[in-house]
Design a protein around this ligand. Structure first.
Ligand code: ATP
Length: 494
């Protein structure tokens, strides 16, 4: 029997496995950890690198229309003025004055409790998969306590950014359950500041980039001038980004230091952007499936027009069923010519390109697929995490944990086991194979313990291939279990 762990506790189990087997550790753990920062251990760094390499291969190296880039993390501060980040890059947040807890306004939901046409109170809930259920239960409680007769109207949750000033004192804090302690939504600057150079005055202020995209726009001219590209074309970049998130949480889903894989895909202003947008959404979904995410766990969230930034034509987020609910994994935005126009205006450098095909000069529009490495890694871990029951060496049925990674991204590609460690001919043969495979792949050699236990250890870290060297190998040249990923077999290994 193979089953997914229930979503309650699944995150805890993934966090535990990651720590135990050396995928991910809390940053600065010996000093008590540091909220919003994580370190990747020996297996984590392999998995992370494999995800990035797969993306780079598929999005850059195997495409004729995309070029790669690696720009600096700290850039001229004017870039962030032009992009709008200095003035606008902030999330509205809400403080609870009593509990001192802080919430992102767009993740705090509230609704009036209306009975027979009269508002008798408010309910609030922090965004979660069960938010509607929780709010309805709280509303029924309010009605019962108020001994109010009549029909309770449906609870329509809105996020706190949509609250009106007269509602601030009426919405209960999710921490205390009582109204009166929530502040109005307030802007919270998300960019980390630093100082560059020996002078510590205001002119030295610089920023750690909150996205890799602006490095692409800032280099667009350079890449156009190399003469290799023609419309439509893309520039791709993988790199660290930093955001002083108000409420970093859900493990590596929302952290303060993370990595992005972004593409700016430049198109003609007269191109059929809707069709190209659709094409990119499909490309992104296909890629996620190619690294092992189940198609049915990916959905599309199309942003309603009235919620789009003024320059944006359309945005579709690819959502994934994370352990904490369905959340954004990959944003695919049509940003028009906003960014290039802003840089043209602020830098005074022309951002026009001459399009040979149409003989026209224009500032291109962009489609921006933007994906987080860490969120992808969490999605991959979520999809791979499985528990099943197998008999142990003594025949007793035990529950075991395994990670079913696609071989494309698995941190260890194969494990090589000599059946017995005290038989030199087996050990020699196994070592020789191990050394040979090691030239190309990250493989693992394990000679200690019962063979079943050795397989179990590899199952837990998602190694797709196990190769046992036994006497058949020596005599008949055959390996056991070398055919295809064990977890793709119809029946579990005995
Ligand atoms: P969210 O609404 O979840 O904060 P966003 O819309 O601000 O995300 P974008 O600015 O579009 O995100 O960033 C592009 C991608 O970068 C996201 O889809 C996500 O995969 C990743 N990302 C953004 N913020 C974080 C973070 N704090 N931690 C990890 N990954 C992130």
């Amino acid at each position: 029997m193979t089953a997914k762990a229930s979503s309650d506790g699944l995150m805890e189990e993934i966090v535990g496995l990651c720590k135990r087997r050396g995928f991910i550790f809390p940053s600065s753990e010996i000093y008590g950890g540091y909220n919003g920062f994580y370190d990747y251990g020996p297996l984590g760094v392999e998995l992370r690198n494999n995800i990035k390499q797969a993306w780079w291969r598929d999005m850059v190296q195997r495409r004729d229309d995309i070029e790669g880039l690696d720009s600096t993390i700290i850039m001229h501060p004017d870039i962030w003025k032009a992009s709008g980040h200095v003035d606008g890059f902030s999330d509205p947040m809400v403080d609870c004055r009593e509990s001192k807890l802080r919430y992102r306004a767009d993740q705090l939901f509230f609704a009036p409790v209306i009975v027979a046409g009269e508002t008798i109170g408010y309910v609030s809930v922090v965004e979660c998969p069960e938010q509607q259920e929780i709010a309805e239960k709280a509303a029924a409680d309010i009605k019962r306590k108020a001994a109010k007769q009549g029909t309770l109207e449906p609870i329509v949750l809105k996020d706190y950014t949509e609250s009106k000033p007269e509602e601030y004192d009426l919405v209960p804090s999710p921490a205390t359950g009582k109204p009166g302690s929530l502040t109005a939504p307030r802007e919270f600057k998300l960019m980390f500041e630093t100082k560059v150079g020996p002078l510590a005055d205001d002119s030295a202020v610089a920023y750690l980039r909150p996205e890799t995209a602006q490095g692409i726009f800032a280099n667009y001219k350079n890449i156009v001038d190399t003469g290799r590209v023609k419309i439509p074309f893309g520039i791709a970049q993988i790199g660290k980004a930093f955001r002083n998130e108000i409420t970093p949480r859900n493990f590596i889903f929302r952290s303060r230091e993370f990595e992005q894989m972004e593409i700016e895909y430049f198109i003609s202003p007269s191109a059929d952007w809707k069709a190209l947008h659709r094409e990119w959404i499909d490309t992104c979904i296909d890629w996620l499936v190619s690294i092992g995410l189940p198609r049915e766990d990916i959905s599309e969230d199309i942003h309603p027009e009235d919620k789009l930034a003024f320059y944006s034509r359309a945005t579709t987020d690819l959502m994934f069923q994370f352990p904490h609910g369905e959340q954004e994994l990959w944003g695919v935005a049509c940003r028009g010519d906003y960014d290039l126009m802003q840089h043209q205006e602020h830098s005074g450098k022309s951002m026009t390109i001459f399009d040979e095909a149409s003989k026209e000069k224009f500032v291109p529009h962009v489609i921006e697929p933007s994906l987080g490495v860490d969120r992808t890694l969490l999605a991959v871990l979520t999809a791979a995490y499985t528990q099943d029951e197998v008999p142990n060496d003594k025949g007793k049925v035990e529950q075991r944990t395994l990670l079913k990674f696609s071989p494309k991204i698995a941190p260890v590609k194969a494990a090589i086991f000599p059946l017995l460690k005290n038989k030199p001919e087996l050990v020699e043969r196994a070592q020789a194979l191990y050394k040979k495979l090691q030239r190309r792949w990250n493989v693992f050699y394990d000679a200690s313990g019962a063979i079943g236990r050795r397989y179990r250890r590899q199952d837990e870290i998602g190694t797709p291939f196990g190769i046992t060297i036994d006497f058949d190998t020596i005599e008949k040249g055959r390996h056991r279990h070398s055919a295809r990923p064990r977890h793709l077999r119809a029946t579990p290994r005995d």
